[in-house]
Design a protein around this ligand. Structure first.
Ligand code: E4P
Length: 223
């Protein structure tokens, strides 16, 4: 499973990219607004840090304008994936941009039929928002199962990019289903490593080692 980071905070992305766990990044207008910074300046920095796809969202809502914005974003860096909303104009734009070789991420997906439409429009990624579905009393992970099954049935190449992820369990469950990508808020990505028995075990190893009075680097081992 690929991990993308779901933030426009460049410091967070740089820090997490150093772990080798970051395969891409996703932004949206709300995440960019949260930084208080210039959109293209932020985008430049993210594209320089992250090798994989960096999703940048159009803000136009009409097909011609969406296409123009999408082309401008795609020309900005080689690794841009143009993010388009799940609307008929968005799908028309997805088809046009995909046919010209631009990677498109169709966002704000809340149903399996929407995901089917995005795949038929040639999207490289579909972004089902599981956390927002859970918040609304639905089962976000059931949607991931449905989309993975449907895409498998028809051999669609569109990658299932699990979005609106809230917890480490979301990541585990999406991986069990076989989703292609999870885009993770930095806090969720960091939480994946946590286990109290790891902390407890390491503390015990270090305490026992301390009692020996030895040091690996200071030891005379003949090297
Ligand atoms: C990702 O592409 C989405 O923009 C993001 O995951 C939305 O998450 P939220 O529901 O926490 O805002």
């Amino acid at each position: 499973m690929k991990f993308f980071v779901d933030t426009a905070d460049v410091d967070e992305i740089r820090d997490l990219a150093a772990t080798g766990m970051v395969d891409g990044a996703t932004t949206n207008p709300s995440l960019v607004a949260k930084t208080g910074r210039d959109f293209f300046e932020v985008l430049r920095e993210i594209c320089d840090i992250v090798d994989g796809p960096v999703s940048a969202e159009v803000t136009a809502t009409e097909h011609e304008a969406m296409t123009a914005e999408g082309r401008k974003l795609a020309a900005f860096a080689d690794n841009i994936a143009v993010k388009l909303p799940m609307t008929w104009d968005g799908l028309k734009t997805c088809r046009v941009l995909s046919q010209s070789g631009i990677q498109v991420n169709v966002t704000l997906c809340f149903s399996a039929n929407q995901a089917l439409l995005a795949a038929k429009a040639g999207a490289a990624f579909i972004s089902p928002f599981i956390g927002r579905l859970d918040d609304a009393g639905h089962d976000g992970m059931e949607l991931i199962s449905d989309i993975v099954a449907i895409y498998d049935n028809y051999d669609f190449d569109t990658e299932v990019l699990v979005a609106s992820v809230r917890t480490a369990n979301h990541v585990k469950d999406a991986a069990k289903i076989g989703a292609d990508v999870c885009t993770l808020p930095p806090g969720v990505l960091r939480s994946l490593i946590g286990h109290p028995l790891t902390d407890k075990g390491l503390a015990a190893f270090l305490a026992d080692w301390e009692k020996t009075g030895q040091s690996i680097l200071k030891a005379e081992d003949g090297t």
